[in-house]
Design a protein around this ligand. Structure first.
Ligand SMILES: *Cc1c(COP(=O)(O)O)cnc(C)c1O
Length: 305
C-alpha cells in the first residue's frame, strides 16, 4: 500500500487533435490531495514514519503542504504547516480540512520557512517541497506505472518549479532503461529558474517570481534538476501566463478537470503543438494542483489581457 494512487493513463482526443499527434495524459490531478506531490511526499513521510518520526513540519502553503497534511492524517502523525501571510484563505482552509496545524508567519516563504525549521524538534521530520532524494524516488513511480502498462512515449512533457517532478521523472525514466525518452520541461516566463540554470551552467537565484503559476515559483531549482539536464535529454520550454491560464480553461472544457496554472503550463505546450513536432506519441504529466478556483483563473485571465 502506498499513500498515492496509480493514476489513469488515457489518450486525449482533444489534445491529440490540437497537437496533430497522439497525446496521452497521466492524470495525477486525480491523486487524493489533487497533485502529483503525494507520490514523493507520501513516500518521504512513510520512510520518516517507519524511522519513528512523531511530527511532520512543512513550510508550503501549496500542494506540497497539502500532501504532507494528507500523509500525516493517514499515518496518524501530527502535521504543522507554516505559511506566509500571502497564503490564500482557500489554501489555509484546505490544510485545516486535512487536520494540519496552520501557523501564519512572515511576509514571504523564506520567513515562513525559517520559522518552520525552528519547529523541527528531535524525532520530527521536515518535508521539503522539492529538494530531497526521497521525493524524487516517490515521483519516479509515475514512470513505473507507465512501464507496467507497457506504454513507452516518444517524449514526456512536464512543468518545472523547483525541479522535484523533473528529478523524479528522470529517475523513473533511467531506472526503466528509457534514457532515450526526452523530457520537455516547461516553465512560465516569469518563473524560469531552470532555464536560467541551464543557460548559466549552474543554479541561479532569480531576483523575483513574476507569474500567476505560484506552484512554479521556486527562485532557484534544486541542484539535482540541473544535473538531470546533463545526464538525460531535457529541453527547456517557456510559455506565457496567459497561455497557461487559457490551457486551464480549455482543459476543464475538454476533460472536466480543473488544474492550477502551474499544470496549465505543460498543457499549453501540448495545445500549441509546435514543440511536439519531432514526436508521434507524447505523454503530458497532468500534475494538477488544488489551490486555484475557476473564479481565480478567470480573474487572472482578465488581469493578463
Ligand atoms: C509543485 C508543483 C509543480 C512543480 O513541481 P516541482 O517539483 O517543484 O518542480 C507543478 N505543478 C504543481 C501543481 C505543483 O504542485
Amino acid at each position: 500500500m502506498t499513500l498515492h494512487i496509480a493514476t489513469p493513463l488515457i489518450e486525449s482526443r482533444p489534445l491529440s487533435l490540437a497537437a496533430q499527434r497522439s497525446v496521452w495524459l497521466k492524470l495525477d490531478a486525480l491523486q487524493p490531495c489533487g497533485s502529483f506531490k503525494l507520490r514523493g511526499v507520501g513516500h518521504a513521510c512513510e520512510v520518516h514514519h517507519a524511522r519513528g518520526a512523531r511530527h511532520f513540519v512543512s513550510s508550503s502553503g501549496g500542494n506540497a503542504g497539502l500532501a504532507v497534511a494528507y500523509a500525516g492524517r493517514k499515518l496518524g502523525v501530527p502535521v504543522t504547516v507554516v505559511v506566509p501571510e500571502t497564503t490564500t484563505e482557500r489554501a489555509k482552509e484546505l490544510l485545516r480540512l486535512e487536520d494540519a496545524k496552520v501557523v501564519v508567519h512572515g511576509s514571504s516563504w523564506q520567513e515562513a520557512n525559517e520559522l518552520a525549521l525552528t519547529l523541527v524538534g528531535a524525532g520530527d521530520a521536515f518535508i521539503h517541497p522539492f529538494d530531497d532524494p526521497l521525493l524524487w524516488a516517490g515521483h519516479a513511480s509515475l514512470v513505473d506505472e507507465m512501464a507496467a502498462a507497457g506504454f513507452k512515449p516518444d517524449a514526456v512533457v512536464l512543468s518545472v518549479g523547483g525541479g522535484g517532478l523533473l528529478s523524479g521523472v528522470v529517475e523513473g525514466l533511467q531506472r526503466n532503461d528509457w534514457g532515450d525518452v526526452p523530457v520537455l520541461a516547461v516553465e512560465t516566463t516569469g518563473a524560469a529558474s531552470l532555464r536560467a540554470a541551464m543557460q548559466a551552467g549552474h543554479t541561479v537565484e532569480l531576483e523575483r517570481i513574476a507569474s500567476v503559476a505560484s506552484s512554479l515559483g521556486a527562485k532557484r531549482v534544486a541542484e539535482q534538476a540541473l544535473a538531470c539536464t546533463q545526464l538525460h535529454p531535457v529541453q527547456s520550454h517557456l510559455v506565457s501566463d496567459r497561455a497557461a491560464l487559457e490551457a486551464c480553461e480549455r482543459f476543464l472544457m475538454d476533460h472536466r478537470v480543473l488544474v492550477e496554472p502551474a499544470c496549465g503550463a505543460a498543457l499549453a505546450l501540448a495545445y500549441a503543438g509546435d514543440a511536439l513536432a519531432d514526436f508521434e506519441k507524447v505523454l503530458v504529466v497532468v500534475c494538477g494542483g488544488a489551490t486555484a478556483t475557476l473564479g481565480q483563473i478567470q480573474e487572472w485571465l482578465k488581469q493578463v489581457e
